[in-house]
Design a protein around this ligand. Structure first.
Ligand SMILES: NC(=O)c1ccc[n+]([C@@H]2O[C@H](COP(=O)([O-])OP(=O)(O)OC[C@H]3O[C@@H](n4cnc5c(N)ncnc54)[C@H](O)[C@@H]3O)[C@@H](O)[C@H]2O)c1
Length: 443
């Protein structure tokens, strides 16, 4: 199978996060804990999962990290921007996700990750304010300043390559505007300070211009506009997004494919959450919630295909609620009530009460995205990386493509892409003892 040779990883890899809040600090502190032998990277495919190569009888199932030429954790360096000046240690304490006594041995390392000044405008995240922001300037000047930050942090850390994962707050809901249509229009928009260009798009633009792969962990519009997709293609930069698939949506994309596989009907899915972290506070603002609501509600329609199975799913009533409830901190609780029906239409109910820790689920996603995007860049891939849909609530796909939400299909696609990238055959999962296996192989 034709594949692009992967340029071997050499030198250190800088992982940049706009945002140094709960997710980013849980990621940075977690990587350091794993490096120091103080914890294990559960939840990370790149670190823990194996990958079968060839027929089962060949008995080749290396760890993904041994099979793919991904950067080892020892090679990672970190950089961040935030509107708050707290370094990664204080920010991690504030986030309260990892216990204080576990953070203490990491203190001297975490103190070295100090946030750079944020390109921030309160118009896009209303419930947030802080002193560590770039001086007033045009969007063009901010984009240039971000590019300079990337180069400086590469210099400071001696890293050879960088990737960027947006771990900043959810910005207000924005619709694509004319300035998002072409690279020229976008660059003119930067000069004219077009309000349709959000800060997260400045980071995405700066990353692409510096040849740095970019992933968006939040639901807001960011690199998912034609101008930035086109720029990424031109510069040979991989992109991925958007909105980390954690918590309730992760459960939804595990359960819904099961209902559909068994042809069980669903006519109601009510999801409600309480969470008390800063993310929850920001989502308490209606416009930021709107961005989240859009990414969360598209999932079921896409998995259940009511147009193909109207009798089973056409009447599905889907409601998602997020409630800010400070006492809970990062320890979110998500309830799902699912009204289903089976044989002859007889009704049943499923109740899910997920006491989850959002950032604990999100941190390994940041790690995998950083390592896989870096691999993709070295494999000569550019533009939207649909095979990374596995990690997102609202997968960023190329224009005209239909996003895939089913976690299991996404998983097969991710692993097959890794196989092909490394010059192995993709797997069909047909048994090698089955006659049709040979036919499948021949086709
Ligand atoms: N925690 C999860 O499981 C999860 C899941 C899906 C998506 N997300 C998204 O990931 C993002 C981060 O989540 P979190 O829990 O870490 O939130 P958080 O509020 O703890 O951290 C976000 C940080 O981003 C900073 N920030 C905002 N705008 C910025 C800008 N323009 N430049 C630099 N910094 C900026 C804020 O000051 C804050 O410290 C949110 O958008 C959230 O919706 C999180």
């Amino acid at each position: 199978m034709a594949h692009h040779a992967v340029t071997p990883h050499e030198g250190k890899l800088l992982v940049l996060t706009p945002g140094l809040g709960a997710v980013a600090t849980t990621f940075v502190a977690g990587v350091e804990m794993v490096r120091q032998g103080a914890g294990q990277p559960f939840g990370s495919l790149s670190q823990m999962q194996t990958i079968r190569l060839g027929a089962r009888s060949e008995n080749r199932t290396p760890l993904i990290r041994d099979f793919c030429d991904i950067a080892p954790l020892g090679d990672l360096e970190f950089g961040a921007w935030d509107v708050h000046a707290a370094d990664a240690y204080d920010a991690a304490l504030h986030a309260g996700v990892i216990d204080k006594h576990e953070l203490a041995p990491m203190e001297s390392f975490l103190r070295t990750v100090k946030p750079m000044e944020a390109a921030f405008d309160q118009q896009y995240v209303r419930r947030l304010d802080g002193p560590n922001v770039k001086p007033e300037g045009t969007k063009k000047e901010w984009a240039e300043a971000l590019r300079a930050d990337i180069r400086r942090r590469l210099d400071e850390t001696g890293a050879a390559r960088a990737v960027m994962v947006w771990c900043g707050s959810t910005e207000v809901y924005l619709r694509p505007a004319p300035c998002h249509e072409t690279v020229e229009a976008f660059e003119k928009g930067l000069e004219d300070d077009d309000p349709a260009i959000s800060p997260s798009q400045l980071y995405a633009y700066a990353a692409i211009m510096e040849g740095v792969p970019y992933a968006n962990g939040a639901p807001n519009l960011s690199a998912d506009v034609p101008a930035l997709e086109q720029l990424a293609e031109e510069k040979g930069v991989p992109l991925a997004g958007k909105d980390f698939k954690t918590g309730q949506t992760l459960m939804k994309t595990i359960l819904a494919p099961g209902m559909k596989a068994r042809m069980l009907g669903v006519n109601g899915w009510f999801s409600t959450n309480i969470l008390g972290n800063r993310d929850g506070e920001i989502l308490d603002d209606a416009d930021s919630f709107r961005a989240k609501e859009v990414t969360k509600t598209g999932v079921l329609d896409s998995i259940l295909q009511p147009d193909v199975y109207p009798d089973l799913y056409e009447d599905l009533y889907h409601k998602v609620r997020i409630n800010y409830y400070p006492p809970r901190g990062d320890e979110k609780e998500g309830w799902d009530n699912i009204d289903i029906f089976g044989w002859l239409g007889y009704k049943m109910q499923i109740k899910v009460d997920f006491l989850c820790r959002d950032s604990i689920l999100a941190a390994p996603i940041v790690l995998d995205l950083a390592l896989f995007l870096d691999l993709a860049a070295r494999a000569g891939r550019s533009g939207v990386q649909e095979w990374l849909s596995f990690y997102f609530k609202s997968p960023h796909v190329e224009v005209g493509h239909v996003p895939e939400h089913d976690l299991f299909i996404q998983h097969v696609r991710l692993k097959n892409t890794l196989r092909v990238m490394m010059g192995e055959e993709p797997l069909t999962h047909l048994s090698e003892n089955d006659e049709i296996y040979e036919n499948a192989d021949a086709s």
